[in-house]
Design a protein around this ligand. Sequence first.
Ligand code: IPM
Ligand code: MG
Length: 355
Amino acid sequence: MAGTRKLAVIGGDGTGPEVAAEGLKVLETIAKSEGMKFDVTQLDWGGDRYLKAGAALPDDGLDQLRKFDAILLGAVGHPDVKPGILERKLLLDVRFGLDQYINLRPVKLFPGVETPIKDKKPEDIDFIVVRENTEDLYCGAGGFMHKGTPNEVATQTAIYTRKGCERAIRYAFELCRKRNNPKGKKLTLVAKTNVILSHDLWWRTFQEVGAEYPDIEKDYNHVDACCMWIVKNPEFYDVIVTTNMFGDIITDLSGIIQGGMGVAAGGNINPDKGGVSMFEPMGGSAPKYTGTGKINPIAAINAVSMMLDQLGEAKAGKRVMDAIQKVTGTKMKSQAAGKMGYTTTEIGDLVCEAL
Ligand code: IPM
Ligand code: MG
């Protein structure tokens, strides 16, 4: 049994703190029941701090985070802060600084949850996206020339390294093996090798690493085709591995087919020894719902389940996942904010009861 784990909670902006609080409530309940101990530190980093102190997080913020076993993030985005600032400081700098090179996004339609895709059932929508999380267009390599003139030039370079794509691809193969899908183990590489020539590095690395996994079916989609298949035949997928930019886009598409941003969660994972990972509901800060008790905390609770799994507490993670599904399947009217049939805190209570 592991000792006391140190958890940092960054509630962040808007409804972030409210949903993070429900995630924590569920964490405390499962911890008591499973005999785990968490030492929780709340960090008031985000838009309000930025407006008051001129920085979303302290100068030594990343060093502070390195001392924790895991991080739970509520939401990022403040109506009075220009878009891009908080996202870079609270999300991208942490992902890059802590080398959270995997962005893991399970796509699972829970019982009772509505999907916009006609006739699809929970057994049809159950796959997981491994998004590379530290490279690509997100590196910020580029700039402007003759800015503001008719001759302006803007460039942004996608950077891929052998190490970066290999570790993402290897992680995805291992995950696929571990998932052991009864329908068959399959890993789909999503890229755009017909146009983006540098994706050949992904293609070759996928073939080479794939040779070590003869038990796993190897599949390839161009990203545009993948968007069609996700809507038409989501049951086709088991595990997807893809680049940072494409992963960003296809996981919003996937998020909506699993019932939307009130449900979808993700983990920014550094799987290496001593690595610190950060878990987040995928929804935004939804400022208009702040303090109204209308926001859906299921995604944040889902993030807690992922966190437990990553911390090596698979049984506890699964118990939380099962409790979530009991609540979506038998209690909640809808996953949309304000239409759940319960308030934010009541949903947290229901999940705790279901535990
Ligand atoms: C996400 C978000 C972020 C991203 C933004 C807010 C920078 O869209 O986590 O998917 O692009 O990664
Ligand atoms: Mg996104």
